[in-house]
Design a protein around this ligand. Structure first.
Ligand code: SAM
Length: 447
């Protein structure tokens, strides 16, 4: 039986000396256990991290000359470290704020189990899913903070380079009916997700923040774009929906798969609906769980880019028809009540009307994906802020969108300056959540 003091702490690091310093010093406030830093940083940060680790007693720096990535780094540790009992894996952006957590995990793990930590349901590709009691769903042990038995881990597929690096091991357990070897702890769930006050561990990259599933978003984005390139040209009609583009799949879906279940929004506001891809997603994801009220605002006359002579000239009447057809599909066969409010009109007017009706501090989620002109985006953000509850999340699409190449671009014809200005001005009222840069998410922290 492993003694708690013999459990090694294992972290995979890449380019962030500051995080590693915080992590190690916070561990040392409570534990003298061996610490392994498996590092694939670039030259400069690598040297800094090495010096930090070398200063510590009972800590070892294991260096790779390339970014080893989270999954392969863990796999290397599982195969090669000279340990055979339990090992604690934790993300490099963790800070321990109270001792006693390792003991609590150790008590639960036992000798036969694979690991203990946060377990959630994913599909076979590692993306979060929310339909309960579906035998296809796979229990996924989140590697951000997990205590595992190394011998048991060695019997199953090792972590891989993937946004959900534990996926192969989890599929192995699932397919052989061994998911009971995984143990869930509610406080780990809370600390890893980082939406509530931390119990033992502050998840810095996430603070007040969403879990990213894989933590290495480049890996998520790579696997996502691989997936997309494999399906390019395929029929875009899914589940009887009629969509003529993949904007939502390209920029939002992977983030929303993670974000939306965490915040479980009940009152939602979308500015810019087009054919309804994002709205259908929200209905499909949420309306099996609880009642929702969804407000969709659109002029259905398109942005400048959709109008005659624009870069994406489009028949907006057909778009509007498809929006209504898609909504009918989304609304059918849902267990829960969906209060869908369609507001056809310019967002500044509709948003002002909603404020005038007393819906300030009302919405849990505000999605800004309407006009891409900076003054309009700024107006949507400022009015949307009024409508957003404290604790609610505002999401901006197209942070990096611009209609023209960089050399011809006008500063005010794209969303970025507006999003930057808004977040600067609301600096102490909105906390930005880390996510791939194409979209920006921020949580309201006060009025
Ligand atoms: C990028 S699309 C929205 C995409 C949609 N969210 C999706 O996931 O498929 C932008 C939409 O914003 C609408 N729009 C542009 N300017 C607007 C404004 N000032 N007020 C309301 N809607 C606007 C356009 O008509 C267009 O349908």
């Amino acid at each position: 039986m492993t003694d708690v003091h013999d459990i090694p702490f294992i972290t995979i690091s890449y380019n962030s000396a500051e995080l590693i310093e915080k992590l190690i010093s916070s561990i040392r406030n409570f534990y003298t256990n061996k610490i392994y830093i498996i590092d694939g940083s670039e030259k400069g940060p690598k040297e800094e991290i090495k010096q930090l680790v070398d200063k510590q007693l009972n800590a070892e720096f294991i260096s790779f000359d390339y970014n080893i990535h989270h999954g392969p780094g863990m796999a290397w540790a599982i195969k090669n470290l000279p340990h055979s009992g339990q090992a604690l894996f934790l993300d490099s952006d963790m800070e321990i704020i109270h001792g006693g957590f390792l003991e609590r995990m150790h008590e639960v793990l036992g000798q036969e189990s694979y690991g203990v930590g946060r377990i959630n349901k994913v599909n076979r590709e590692g993306f979060d899913v929310h339909t309960k009691n579906n035998a296809e769903n796979v229990d996924y042990l989140h590697p951000a903070l997990m205590l595992c038995n190394l011998e048991v881990m060695r019997k199953w597929p090792l972590p891989i380079k993937h946004g959900a690096p534990m996926i192969d091991a989890m599929l192995g357990l699932h397919d052989s009916n061994n998911s009971h070897l995984l143990k869930h702890l509610q406080w780990v769930d809370e600390d890893v997700v980082g939406l509530a006050k931390p119990n033992y561990v502050l998840h810095l990259g996430r603070g007040t923040v969403i879990r990213t599933g894989g933590y290495h978003l480049d890996e998520w984005m790579n696997s996502l774009s691989e997936k997309q390139s494999n399906t390019n040209g395929e029929n875009l009609v899914m589940k009887d929906y009629q969509f003529t583009n993949k904007w939502f799949d390209g920029a939002a879906r992977a983030n929303w798969d993670i974000l939306i279940p965490q915040i479980q929004p009940k009152k939602l506001l979308e500015i810019g609906s087009y054919e309804g891809a994002s709205a259908c997603y929200l209905i499909d994801t949420l309306a099996s769980q609880h009642d929702i009220e969804l407000h969709c605002i659109d002029t259905w006359s398109g942005g400048i880019e959709h109008q005659e002579g624009g870069t994406a000239e489009t028949n907006m009447h057909a778009v509007e028809d498809r929006f209504h057809a898609n909504m009918s599909v989304a609304l059918s066969n849902k267990d829960k009540r969906i209060d869908l409010k369609i507001h056809k009109g310019a967002s500044d007017k509709v948003l002002s009307k909603l404020i005038a009706e007393g819906k300030d501090n009302y919405f849990d989620f505000v999605y800004i994906d309407g006009s891409h002109q900076a003054p309009d985006v700024l107006t949507d953000a400022v009015l949307g802020f009024k409508l957003l509850k404290v604790g609610g999340v505002m999401a901006f699409d197209d942070y990096l969108w611009a209609e023209k190449p960089v050399t011809d671009r006008s500063l005010l014809e794209c969303p970025k300056p507006a999003i930057d200005s808004f977040l600067n001005i609301y600096f102490n009222k909105m906390s930005v959540i880390s996510a791939p840069l194409y979209q920006i998410y921020a949580q309201k922290t006060s009025n």
